[in-house]
Write a protein that binds this ligand. Structure first.
Ligand code: ZN
Length: 138
């Protein structure tokens, strides 16, 4: 799978305290009509819901963090799933003692967030179920 894109616009913005990270970014992307893109973010979360994929069981294992954490890095892409914009992002968060990382899920509550979204034009990649992995892939 390979496709070539043209860089369109770079959006810079923020989410407000208390917003859901994935829902907030998805709403922005939908509002702007962004169908393909790349995103980065830094900031902090009041609580986090991450997951890693257990490749043998073929299911996501949840990681819940109820304390505030810093977003050390977040990177992801925007494509389509079920005909709608879909954000797939991974994140590294930490506090003074620990660092966690994984697949970002709904339920991450923003403390403060600054994002960059690079809007692309080109072929639309749609996710569909992949029997080999159990994941929704391009
Ligand atoms: Zn993932």
């Amino acid at each position: 799978m390979d496709a070539v894109y043209t860089l369109e616009r770079l959006h810079m913005g923020s989410l407000r305290k208390g917003e859901d990270l994935v829902q907030g970014l998805t709403q922005f992307v939908q509002t702007k009509g962004i169908r393909m893109g790349i995103l980065w973010a830094i900031g902090a979360l009041e609580s986090a819901r991450l997951a890693y994929y257990d490749q043998k069981k073929r299911e996501y294992v949840q990681i819940s963090i109820e304390d505030g954490v810093e977003i050390l890095s977040m990177f992801g892409n925007i494509s389509e799933k079920d005909g709608r914009p879909f954000i797939h992002a991974h994140i590294v968060v930490g506090d003074k003692d620990r660092v966690f990382g994984g697949h970002v899920q709904e339920g991450c509550r923003v403390f403060a967030l600054e994002y960059l979204i690079l809007e692309l034009s080109g072929p639309i990649l749609a996710r569909s179920f992949d029997h080999e992995t159990g994941l929704f892939l391009w």
